[in-house]
Design a protein around this ligand. Structure first.
Ligand SMILES: [Zn+2]
Ligand SMILES: [Zn+2]
Ligand SMILES: [Zn+2]
Length: 278
């Protein structure tokens, strides 16, 4: 399985739009891995997690075509994760007869209902967008991958169930875990019941070196605690890659700071374009 971190920032990006704090100033001076766009991941070349407004730029920066995406998993409706207007560019009158196959979109029922009311017309015009409302802890198939939505501890909009996603293929397991505070007891129980062994775990590190936010986001110490608990419960081992991502400038760390501080915790600092094969 391959996961590419297309964007590794929280909502504001780094440097943050309109911000002149020390982290943002350093990022503007240094460029490269210090620049972070809004969070999104590409899995095996045909699956996206989330659809931020940076999606189109991500496809150019990382040399892939959005026409190749068959599956789109949406975590929640915060605007750094869901920019539905991009999907209207898939309309048949804009792309002619070049569309190949379906784009299948998965999320909780409320988000699917909202998408259907806003852009459901894509269904009726031959543009082959199919919406699926999925329930937590109920695995579903995306081609050769099995995906399970797990309830995040994150303040989404009223009635929404923000998800993190477990993605499995050929006995290999990936957890993509933004935006969430620490994992719930139900999730730990599910992992143990299923005896899942993770090769790669991507975790919310919005708050980086600062205090974590209850029911919203983790910091680096929370990521370390997840790693230690997974290893203690044989859900992972020393070779499992733990990738911290979804950084905010309000976490106080540049990329350079993140790399230095996370390494002793057994964690890796993500960056835009980072590719992990396992
Ligand atoms: Zn976010
Ligand atoms: Zn800033
Ligand atoms: Zn969020």
């Amino acid at each position: 399985m391959t996961i590419q971190i297309l964007g590794s920032a929280a909502c504001e990006g780094i440097p943050a739009a309109f911000c002149e704090c020390a982290v943002c100033k350093a990022a503007r001076e240094r460029g490269g891995r210090e620049f972070r766009t809004r969070s999104q991941a590409l899995i095996d070349g045909d699956m996206l997690i989330d659809l931020p407004a940076d999606t189109y730029a991500h496809s150019l920066q990382n040399n892939f075509s959005l026409a190749d995406i068959k599956y789109l998993l949406i975590t929640h409706s915060h605007n750094d994760h869901l920019y539905p207007a991009e999907l209207t560019n898939r309309a048949k009158h804009l792309v002619g007869s070049t569309l190949r196959g379906n784009l299948e979109i998965f999320s909780c029922k409320l988000i699917v209902d909202v998408l259907c009311s806003e852009i459901g017309w894509l269904n009726n015009t031959g543009d082959n967008v199919i919406f699926h409302a999925v329930e937590p802890f109920e695995p579903f198939l995306c081609g050769d991958k099995t995906v399970t939505a797990l309830p995040a501890d994150h303040n989404g909009r009223m009635g929404e169930t923000p998800y993190i996603y477990l993605v499995e293929r050929g006995g290999k397991a990936l957890l993509y875990g933004t935006d969430t505070a620490s994992l719930s007891d139900d999730i730990w129980a599910y992992f143990l019941k299923r005896k899942i062994f993770f090769r790669t775990v991507v975790l919310d590190c919005t708050r980086a070196g600062n205090s974590s936010e209850a029911h919203r986001h983790m910091n680096a110490a929370d990521n370390r605690a997840v790693r230690e608990r997974m290893i203690a419960n044989r859900l992972a081992d020393e070779n499992t890659r733990f990738i911290s991502t979804h950084f905010s400038h309000n976490g106080g760390w540049t990329y350079a700071d993140a790399e230095v501080n996370l390494k002793p915790m057994g964690l890796e600092a993500s960056y835009d374009g980072m590719k992990i094969e396992f």
